[in-house]
Ligand binder design. Structure first.
Ligand code: ADP
Ligand code: MG
Length: 394
């Protein structure tokens, strides 16, 4: 992967870490092109990817609490990251998380008070083993995928989403009161309205995201399957309207209101809200090409696809996001692949590496040392991780 500067690049130049996961202290310089990180299980490869991902999204892809990120023996965690993009000069993020949970973030030396003010500055798209389950896993993983990727692309999604979660929590609390006969249904209308307003904004953002993702994901999917298969991704609303991407806002609102009305007694009986973005999902349709008739037969990938087809679709969706970030922001995101190659056969690996040549900086982690040698021509820099220490190997 040659280090030719394109006018659409973004890359991480330097990462300094103190007391993050099993790293006590770390200072590494990365290169444009491929950064290959190998090491035994438990050495700290995922943690390294996690640090970069955290600087991009303000979220830990695994685990629930930011405090889990702090080294067991440390008081505070510190991350400094220098990165560059074609649209901006050198940038840096400085992040401090204290045991109390207090977080201080600076972007270019200026303190940032809200997550949505700094997430997405460092553009990344990451892919880990859990993401290979995107198609087959429970719906919450797919909603998380939507939320994480949209947040990074449009940080204003986050406050709307948080407002939605608050309305939902309040409405659920009220439904529980109603179940016990301790509240009036008049109050419910107020929280239903709030749920509706924020919920509609969330659904619209997600639908836009999915409809913009459809094309790049399809192109990548076709290329990964030698043009033998196609892929459609659709947003599935729990309020109906499924499979109709062109629904306008009035229709969406009517369906949402109608579905809430329809489930009202059920909601009171169960003490929880049964309709809304927190119950929505994504569906994947797999198109099988019949070369004789040139017809495409569409099937529900989750029900009828093999494990390999699920994985290919998941990779196409994620790499499609990377392409989308490039199209919408003019900068190619840093691509982080954590230990996914061991799960794929050689031809699929090569097909994916081919796709990845479009991106300017790439991190691949692996336990497989043999992976290092055959890739000699593209490995720009090789690192070995041993017990929370990173050694440069070329
Ligand atoms: N907060 C923490 N403090 C110290 N060590 C941790 C913390 N969280 C996880 N670890 C340890 O970090 C090590 C590296 O984990 P990981 O990055 O997942 O390794 P790899 O991906 O190389 O298999 C593991 O041994 C894990 O137990
Ligand atoms: Mg790992």
């Amino acid at each position: 992967m040659a280090q030719v500067l394109k006018d659409t690049f973004m890359w991480v130049e330097r990462l300094q870490v103190q007391y993050f996961r099993n790293y006590v202290e770390l200072d590494i310089h990365f290169v444009g092109g491929l950064n290959l990180i190998y090491g035994d299980n438990g050495s700290g490869k995922t943690s390294l990817i996690e640090a970069i991902e955290y600087l991009s999204s303000g979220r830990t892809p695994r685990g629930r609490s930011d405090r889990e990120l702090i080294h067991w023996n440390g008081e505070n965690l510190i991350l400094h990251c220098h990165f560059r993009g074609s649209q901006s000069d050198e940038m840096r993020i400085d992040l401090l998380i204290e045991r109390s949970g207090k977080q201080t973030v600076k972007f270019n030396q200026k303190q940032q008070f809200q997550l949505c003010d700094w997430i997405g500055r460092l553009k990344t798209v990451s892919f880990c083993q859990q993401d290979l389950q995107l198609v087959a896993a429970e719906p919450s993983l797919r909603r998380r995928f939507l939320n994480m990727e949209i947040n990074k692309l449009h940080p204003q999604y986050l406050p709307t989403y948080l407002q939605y979660r608050r309305s939902l929590a309040q409405r659920n609390a009220l439904l529980k009161e109603l179940r016990m006969g301790r509240a009036s249904t008049r109050l419910l209308a107020q929280w239903t309205q709030s749920l509706l307003e924020h919920g509609i904004l969330i659904i619209k953002e997600r639908r836009n995201f999915i409809s913009s993702l459809a094309k790049p994901a399809l192109t990548i999917h076709r290329s990964l399957t030698d043009e033998r298969e196609s892929l459609q991704i659709q947003y599935e609303c729990s309020c109906g309207n499924n499979r109709d991407m062109n629904t306008n806002e009035t229709e969406l609102r009517d369906s949402f209101i109608g579905a809430l009305e329809h489930r009202k007694q059920d909601e009171i009986r169960r003490g929880t809200t049964l309709v809304g973005p927190h119950r929505d999902d994504i569906s994947f349709l797999l198109g099988l090409h019949d070369s004789a008739s040139s017809n495409i037969q569409w099937v529900d990938l989750r029900k009828f696809g093999s494990q390999g087809q699920h994985r290919t679709a998941a990779l196409s969706a994620k790499l499609g996001v990377a392409e989308l970030v490039l199209q919408q922001t003019g900068e190619a995101p840093v691509v982080l692949l954590d230990d996914v190659f061991s799960e794929l056969d050689q031809s699929r690996r090569n097909a994916i590496l081919g796709q990845l040549r479009r991106f300017d900086q790439l991190f691949i982690t692996t336990t497989d040392r043999s992976f290092v040698d055959p890739q000699g021509d593209i490995a720009a820099r090789v690192f070995e991780v041993v017990n929370g220490k990173v050694h440069r190997r070329n």
